[in-house]
Design a protein around this ligand. Structure first.
Ligand SMILES: O=C(CO)[C@H](O)[C@H](O)COP(=O)(O)O
Length: 260
């Protein structure tokens, strides 16, 4: 993580943090993101996944207590929308609010330049559409998500149109930058990249997902992002390059914030 500076280091790293469960770590970063970056009057993007869940929970708590006021939020998936509705968080869409103050979301992998792999939960398209419109994009992870190079640690999801999906799968598996990867059509629920069902997984947008499995780290993530995006039949992909403002990381040494 040499190229980014450590902006804050928690002074509260105690032995109890060594024993924190992964869920507790996710809660710590989810809550911290809302506490540090969300102010009254903001338009807030709500991510998807088990870490973003805690940020949504915290936002709901602070609105209910009156600590935050006049917030509107944009969810990045049907399941986040349902959670936010239960918590009575006022929701809007990009159609009425094209500019967000902040978006908060988890990630599947974070590299030393704060490029991300996202979409393990199948929400990559709405996540990217929302997060690219935010003044600040805050990523919340536990330290297991940090990697030296994107790729081998987690498959790269690519959202494709159902029409002739086998053809598109072959195209994206054989781009100059992806050649050699194993491309697997996601089965079961779109929200897990494990082939856990007999039916093809369908995203909130009615599309399919192909998970690209790499043995070696991706050498040039922005180039691969461009090649994937330029492939007709691809809707979007889980490489989030150059979008991150800061990553809040929970680990055994406490909470660290890395800024781009
Ligand atoms: O990109 C995502 C969903 O599409 C999630 O942010 C990503 O999968 C991380 O999820 P989790 O916090 O549950 O590990």
């Amino acid at each position: 993580f040499a190229p980014v500076k450590v902006a804050q280091q928690s002074r509260f790293a105690t032995s109890s943090m060594l024993m924190a469960t992964q869920d507790e770590l996710k809660q710590q970063v989810g809550y911290k993101a809302v506490d540090d970056y969300v102010k009254s009057g903001m338009v807030v993007g709500l991510g998807t996944g088990s870490t973003a869940y805690f940020a949504v929970e915290r936002l709901g708590q602070k609105l209910a207590s009156g600590e935050l006021k006049d917030i509107v939020a944009i969810p990045t998936s049907v399941r986040t929308k349902e959670q936010a509705e239960e918590l009575k968080i006022p929701l809007v869409t990009l159609d009425t609010h094209s500019k967000l103050d902040v978006a908060i979301d988890g990630a599947d992998e974070v590299d030393p330049d704060l490029n991300l792999v996202k979409g393990g939960g199948g929400a990559l398209l709405r996540e990217k559409m929302v997060e690219v419109c935010a003044d600040k994009f805050i990523v919340i992870v536990d330290e297991s998500k940090l990697c030296d190079g994107l790729g081998p640690g987690f498959p790269l999801p690519v959202e494709i149109t159902p029409f002739c999906h086998e053809h598109t799968l072959r195209l994206i598996a054989n781009l100059p930058t992806t050649k050699g990867c194993e491309a697997i059509l996601r089965m079961g629920s779109s929200s897990t990249n494990k082939p856990d069902g007999d039916e093809i997984a369908v995203t909130d947008n009615g599309n399919y997902i192909v998970d690209l499995h790499f043995k070696e780290p991706i050498k040039d993530a922005p180039k691969m992002a461009m090649e994937l995006k330029n492939t007709v039949g691809v809707v979007d992909h889980g490489l989030f390059c150059g979008m991150t403002t800061a990553v809040i990381i929970a680990g055994s040494d406490g909470i660290t914030v890395k800024e781009a």
